[in-house]
Ligand binder design. Structure first.
Ligand SMILES: [Zn+2]
Length: 244
């Protein structure tokens, strides 16, 4: 029975520029996916929230003590101190606390940060102009925009981004040492399918031809660059992946 199964033919073509095989050319509707990473609830975040809660309690007590004790009792002598404490603690939590609660997405469509339930900021691999690793964050730079991935809350996402950049953008991470971040963990992040990209109205990267219809678009499967079906070059103009 097993002998009747079609043999994987993919390997033979890889390396050549023949049809199928090594080509990264994709239709707009070819399946794509990404991983969604929830931020790790850290000690810093817990302390930030605790600080804010205590500040709110102090503020409540302070406001009551200062103004709401009734005419006979008057303002409590400690009330101004409670208010001052609340202000200082709240300010400290706001200034130094950790507020990176945003989920990060990494996949075929690049890197994205969820700024809100429906507001997603995205940088495609073909739009990445630089990658910067510091002690605290991995920053993905695009033209006129950047997404900073805090390492404490998002180490698995940062590892994934670094590995994807090495795979998808030639020379995109040459400034970052091998092993600077741990290897990506396949168990981290929830894999989700991506919608086909909105490409009507964009221009072909190679010929500048307007892509009037979604069906005319072709994509580079490695970096996501967009081409008109009549203008697909031998190799991707952005990442040099073979397209024919
Ligand atoms: Zn490409």
């Amino acid at each position: 029975m097993a002998a009747d199964r079609p043999v994987k033919r993919k390997r033979r073509g890889s390396g050549s520029t023949g049809q199928g095989g090594g080509s990264f050319l994709r239709q707009r509707t070819d399946p794509r996916s990404e991983r969604r990473f929830e931020p790790k609830a850290s000690l810093e975040l817990g302390l930030t929230l605790l600080g804010m809660s205590v500040a709110a309690l102090l503020a409540g007590a302070g406001v009551y003590g200062q103004w709401f004790r009734g005419d006979e009792a008057g303002a409590h002598p400690y009330a101004p101190y409670l208010l001052l404490g609340a202000f200082l603690l709240g300010a400290a939590a706001g200034l130094f606390g950790q507020w990176s609660m945003k989920a990060i997405r990494v996949g075929d469509a690049g890197v994205a940060v969820e700024n809100g339930p429906t507001e997603i900021e995205r940088i495609g691999w073909n739009e990445v102009t630089g990658l910067l690793l510091t002690e605290t964050a991995l920053t993905v730079q695009g033209s006129g925009t950047a997404i900073a991935i805090p390492l404490r809350a998002h180490l698995p996402a940062a590892s994934r981004v670094l590995a994807e950049v090495r795979k998808r953008i030639p020379g995109g991470a040459v400034d970052i040492e091998e092993g600077a971040l741990p290897a990506p963990d396949d168990a981290a992040g929830e894999v989700r399918p991506l919608e086909p990209p909105q490409v009507a109205g964009l221009r072909c990267k190679a010929t500048d031809k307007l892509i009037a219809f979604e069906a005319d678009a072709r994509l580079c499967g490695r970096c996501g660059e967009v081409y008109h079906k009549e203008g697909v070059p031998e190799r991707c103009a952005t990442c040099e992946a073979p397209l024919r």
